[in-house]
Design a protein around this ligand. Sequence first.
Ligand code: OGA
Ligand code: MN
Length: 394
Amino acid sequence: MYVHVVSRQSKVERSIMVAKMAASIAERGEDAFRKVFKFYKRRKPPPDFSEVIDFSKKSANELVFAAELDHDSLGEEAAYRAGLRPVKDWRAFGLQGYPGFMFISNPFLPGSQQYWVKQCLKTYPQKPNVCNLDMHMPPTETVDIWGKSIDSFQKKGTRDPKTLLEKLRWVTLGYHYNWDTKTYSAEQRSPFPADLHALSRSITAVCGFPGFAAEAGILNYYRSDSSLGIHVDEAELDHTWPLLSFSFGQTAVFLLGGTKRQDPPTAMFTRSGDVMVMSGPSRLLYHAVPCLVSAPTAQPLPLCLGPPPADRAPADGLVQAVTEGDWEVCSRYLLTSRVNMTIRQVLGPGQTFEAAHSGAAGHAKFRRGYDDERSAEATPNSKKSRSGAGHQLH
Ligand code: OGA
Ligand code: MN
């Protein structure tokens, strides 16, 4: 009898426990990531940023630790030529619970961020690279986006309502990511910019990935009200190589989640010059950018976006000086914008699209992530893309 009662009680207890677990799973299943995303995307009232990890602060968070770097893979001279500080001066961090994730707090030398910003605004949007405006406009109109936009940036006071530069949302480099099929292909490809390849190769080598080949790039242009939806970058055929991400201009909140949509994400600030590396177990984690921090008023640009010091020897390397005229346009643009470059290696050594698609490598899917919300829309107001989700750049 006694035994019987106990066993009945334990059954009840067990069923309560199961119910509680189900409730908590349901709560998680109700998409913890989306909840956090919405929390930071909210405008009125503005969200509380006190829980956001700030790697630029000395003691950022108890989950943050110093990451190990391969100092020998990039000599001081080579770093200088690439516009980077000596590796011994880099502030690189890992995050507990996210093996393979690395955050490098602005490794750029003063003055060299200007070059990459200019490349993103003036050079990389040019043909044969592909941009969102190409989806809606004839090629004659998307030629010379920079030239067609700068007058408005140079004029004080009244501005055109929207220049092409302000309508730019993404540019693809190398293997051009196809937003509809969520794949890369051998056919849709143009040469990857040599300067960006060299920069990416140097940084990934320091992070323990010598031999990285930058084969595809997605550049994201965030206006003050933009966000990038929750997604995983999985279109690349080889996931053993890291994903490299650069931030320029206004500060954003970056959310790094788990392998499931239900896993709650960790929020961190990403500031001008910061570099993130997603590798190993962190390569295929959900992530998103819910907001820029500066929105909606213009913020003064951080000092790290200033010109190189006058006594700096002219670099005979990668990074060239940006003219004052060009920087005037770039800096005005950046007052309310953020530019992000994400660099990917698509294929493993000796891998081809044909072999991978034939299923030999066991790649059942080549999707960037079903919840990728990047659209081909040219107007920032449009909420939906042609494929039913709005690139972020909502
Ligand atoms: C991406 C991406 C993040 C960012 O382009 O895939 O995740 O910081 N970008 O803008
Ligand atoms: Mn991504």
